[in-house]
Design a protein around this ligand. Structure first.
Ligand code: PEP
Ligand code: MG
Length: 892
């Protein structure tokens, strides 16, 4: 559409409107709903909306408005005057307007608003006469000067607050309500003088000039820092722009028959199907928010339940309330969702100022969606779309009681959700010992390593002062469902002294702290908790989600506890069992070290023979739990040096176990040291140089499979996975070894193991040559942690230190380790899917990087046609819901 033909302004009010709620992108949420309510014939003060396209044009043209806009405003104002029966700037019958922002997505409090616009010395007099209330007129006038000067002219609030405070002090007033009309007149004069002194021009008296200034300010506020930050946090594109709504003012502060209030059509905290809201008699909207006076309840029932003496609106204004109540039902039925409504009563006349879908807690979202589907107001698919998958986190873990008191100590990254309290400990051993003695402990460390696993398991929550969202602590904690706060950089840990300090506050070992992994906050002392509730509405919504989704959902888990948790949450298999995590138990590590430090194959095989029974037992337990669900077991992955002895004591222990001299062991450890271990001797490269390690693991898997089949009669579905493959011959080489072990086990047990063999795709070369890799792989599992790391050339362990700068400066929209980079890493996945299928049409495809639990990444996986996503146990329900939403949206 050409610029000149575009319609920049949409009017509403007087029983009709130019637009409706389908034009939300153009009119913003507020404008679209005002238009819709007006055309429903609801009492909406008339007004008009300048579209979001005006905003976009304004920014595209160096903050100038499109041609023709002034003429459109002129005619919109004339129409508004006609509908309101008042005239802009007319002292005998002045029209006052509000000027408010209204973007597509609600951005509460982020942008600017101006109320009571149109007042000057003459119209204030006119308003005084017309309302019969001079005090009201001059109170409104001074509010207008203050708000306009702050928002439009950049004269700070404090200038006006000081004038008012001084005046009250000089005249012995305590409350604003003690000031008379004459007092407000004096204040108005003083305010105007202050504007002239603090600004290069006097306060504008021409209402049309006031309107232009307010429009500039509200459009300008789209790009203020607050709004920019909010958009970044909520994924709202800058290009959307805001609309501006100009609307005739109505006054809730015109005496005792006037009031203002807010209402939710259902309880936004619990979801209960009952109106929930507050109102104030003789007040303006901002008074409700400001909390100067205590608002009264809307309904008699709530008032009685709360033991409140002040009459409810139902009692104080029964007729108006009855109308309002009918409107609540009408709006909810019309929008088919819980509404958040603002209203004003002006001298007994009810007006609606806003309606929108109300914000709600996860608990309320669930209940409202399920109730509405049960009542037939929405479909089951719609109910599934109504609940934000990530918000389920709030329901799966104990959370902090929102009503409880807290003493904030430090803030870090919200690495793994849930809340927990316990005594501070600084080492994994201490955590284990104290937990065994029945204490609840919080493990506080600079960062964690695989050797801390036993302490991490024992802890109620984990806090680190270093590391990002995919640091060891974060990944492992999420896997275990343990709350975790990472990278709390303000915390200085002095392990030797048994304490940590934050801004001068010392916390000693044994003192109690509370961790909220959902917000990244750590509190002093024991905060109050609320427990999760997983049956009822939750189970019902999940059933509907499972019916809708195409993707299967598996889990990343290796301990029986985690595997069981994931199964209880609905996991349909294991997508990644990281076997190295099974090597770190205190009673195994010595044998593992013996294996690594062995000089030759015989030495290694001797040590491996000690480890194999442990591995077999682990797999037996996992297969028993998973029954007929597929289990992807990944052979050893991490760099060998992670297993090396760190202290002299460790070396001594290995020396005693092996009979080898300590200095020889130290030398061997030094030989194995790598400068860049992430790109070093890890993954299948270990298997290539030490095939006996992978052979031992394959043997353990197959023997466990045979044992469980014998015991239960069900043959475990085994998928053996080779990590970090970059070139097809690596896989071919290792496949031959695994197949050979299978044959050997067949000879021993008389049962031929049934298994699939596949690989992770976590290096760009593997993705690009997926057709060759697929010659030897029956499945691919995208390891997007490493694939992101190697595609970006960005260390997953160290990037946390500077990623924030990239996000702050809009270079990265999101942390690519949290939400899949669909353009770059995603392109590699698409290539691998296409090339892999070319070689092997039925190749099984999944993802097991952290992205497998991220809703946006799951959408990508569904669209790309993967068979499953795999994520940590506590993410399983989130993934089920996200996969269902993806499938429903694809069908729409
Ligand atoms: C991956 O790289 O995405 C993966 C799942 O493996 P890990 O995190 O164990 O390296
Ligand atoms: Mg990996």
């Amino acid at each position: 559409m050409s610029g000149s033909k575009r319609k920049w302004i949409y009017a509403f009010g007087g029983g009709s409107a130019d637009g409706d709620s389908s034009l939300k992108n153009l009119l913003g949420g507020k404008g679209a709903n005002l238009a819709e309510m007006a055309s429903l014939g609801l009492p909406v003060p008339p007004g008009f909306t300048l579209t979001t396209e005006v905003c976009t044009a304004y920014y595209d043209n160096d903050r100038t408005y499109p041609d023709g806009l002034t003429a459109e405003i002129d005619s919109a104002l004339a129409e508004l005057e006609e509908k309101a029966g008042k005239k802009f700037g007319d002292p005998s019958n002045p029209l006052l307007v509000s000027v408010r922002s209204g973007a597509r997505a609600s951005m509460p409090g982020m942008m600017d608003t101006v109320l009571n616009l149109g007042l000057n010395d003459e119209t204030a007099e006119g308003l005084a006469i017309l309302s019969g209330d001079r005090r009201f007129a001059f109170d409104s006038y001074r509010r207008f000067i203050q708000m306009y000067s702050d928002v439009v002219l950049g004269v700070s609030h404090s200038v006006f607050e000081e004038i008012l405070d001084d005046y009250k002090a000089e005249n012995d007033f305590n409350l604003d309500t003690e000031l008379s009309a004459d007092d407000w007149e004096v204040i108005v004069a003083a305010y105007k003088k202050a504007v002239a002194e603090n600004h290069d021009r006097p306060f504008p008296t021409d209402p049309r000039e006031q309107l232009n200034g307010a429009m500039d300010a509200v459009f300008g506020s789209w790009m203020n820092e607050r709004a920019n930050t909010y958009r970044r946090l909520h994924d709202i594109p800058h290009s959307w722009g805001t609309a501006v709504n100009v609307q005739a003012m109505v006054f809730g502060n015109m005496g005792e028959k006037s009031a203002t209030g807010v209402a939710f059509t259902r309880n936004p905290s619990t979801g209960e199907n009952r109106v929930y809201g507050e109102f104030l008699i003789n007040a303006q909207g901002e008074d409700v928010v400001a909390g100067i006076r205590t608002p009264q309840n809307l309904t008699k029932k709530t008032r009685e339940e709360m033991g409140d003496d002040m009459p409810s609106m139902e009692e104080a204004m029964p007729e108006v309330y009855a109308d309002l109540d009918k409107i609540f039902t009408r709006l909810e039925t019309h929008y088919r969702d819980m509404q958040d409504i603002e209203f004003t009563v002006e001298q007994g006349n009810l007006y609606l100022l806003q309606t929108r879908n109300g914000k709600r807690t996860a608990r309320a979202a669930l209940r409202i969606a399920v109730d509405m589907a049960a009542d037939g107001l929405i479909t089951e698919d719609e109910a599934v779309l109504r609940v934000e998958p990530a918000s389920l986190d709030q329901l799966l873990h104990p959370t902090l009681d929102p009503e409880g008191e807290r003493d904030l100590l430090v803030k870090g990254l919200p690495a793994s959700p849930g809340a927990a309290w316990g005594k501070v400990v600084f080492t994994a051993d201490d955590a284990r010992d104290m937990a065994q003695a029945g204490e609840k402990v919080i493990l506080v460390r600079t960062e964690t390593s695989p050797e801390d696993i036993h302490g991490m398991h024992a802890a109620e929550a984990i806090v680190t002062s270093r590391g990002g969202m995919t640091s060891h602590a974060a990944v492992v904690a999420r896997g275990m469902g343990t709350p975790c706060v990472c990278g709390a950089g303000d915390m200085r840990i002095e392990e030797a002294q048994g304490r940590f300090t934050v801004a001068g506050r010392k916390v000693q070992r044994g003192e109690i702290i509370t961790v909220d992994g959902a917000t990244g906050q750590v509190f002093m002392g024991q905060a109050k908790m609320v427990q999760p509730e997983l049956s009822g509405d939750f189970a019902r919504l999940m059933e509907w989600a499972d019916r809708a989704r195409k993707l299967k959902v598996r889990t990343n888990a290796e301990t029986p506890h985690d595997v069981q948790t994931a199964k209880d949450f609905g996991a349909e298999g294991i997508g990644l069992c990281r076997t190295e995590h099974m090597f770190f138990d205190a009673d195994r590590i010595a044998a593992v070290r013996e294996m690594i430090l062995a000089d030759d194959v015989e030495g290694r095989e001797k040590a491996l023979a000690k480890i194999q029974p442990y591995q077999t037992d682990d797999f037996v337990e996992i297969f028993r739990i998973m029954e007929d669900r597929p289990c992807t077991i990944r052979l050893l992955d991490p760099p060998l040096h992670e297993f090396l002895p760190h202290t002299e004591e460790d070396v001594q222990a290995v020396a005693e176990a092996t009979g080898l001299p300590a200095d020889q062991l130290m030398k061997r450890a030094a030989d194995l040291h790598e400068t860049n271990p992430m790109l070093g001797h890890r993954g299948c490269r270990l298997g290539v140089t030490f095939p006996e390690i992978y052979e031992m693991q394959a043997r353990a898997i197959f023997e466990a499979q045979a044992a469980v089949e014998k015991e239960t009669g069900v043959q475990p579905l085994v998928e053996v996975m080779i990590p970090l493959v970059s070139i097809a011959p690596e896989l071919k080489f290792l496949k031959q070894r695994v197949d050979a072990v299978a044959k050997e086990v067949t000879g021993k047990t008389g049962v031929a193991p049934k298994y699939m063999l596949g690989t992770m795709i976590e290096l760009p070369r593997a993705a690009l040559t997926a057709d060759e890799v697929a010659e030897h792989a029956e499945f691919f599992s995208f390891g997007t942690n490493d694939l992101t790391q190697t595609t970006y050339g960005l260390s997953r362990d160290d990037s946390g230190k500077f990623l924030n700068d990239y996000i702050k400066n809009n270079i990265y929209e999101k942390d690519p380790f949290v939400s899949l980079d669909q353009t770059g890493v995603g392109a590699l996945i698409e290539i691998a899917v296409e090339r892999g299928r070319k070689t092997r049409g039925d190749i099984k495809l999944g993802i097991c990087g952290e992205h497998g639990g991220d809703p946006a990444s799951i959408r990508f996986c569904s669209k790309t046609g993967l068979d499953y996503v795999s994520c940590s146990p506590y993410r399983v329900p989130i993934a089920r819901l996200a996969a269902a939403q993806a499938a429903i949206s694809e069908n729409q």
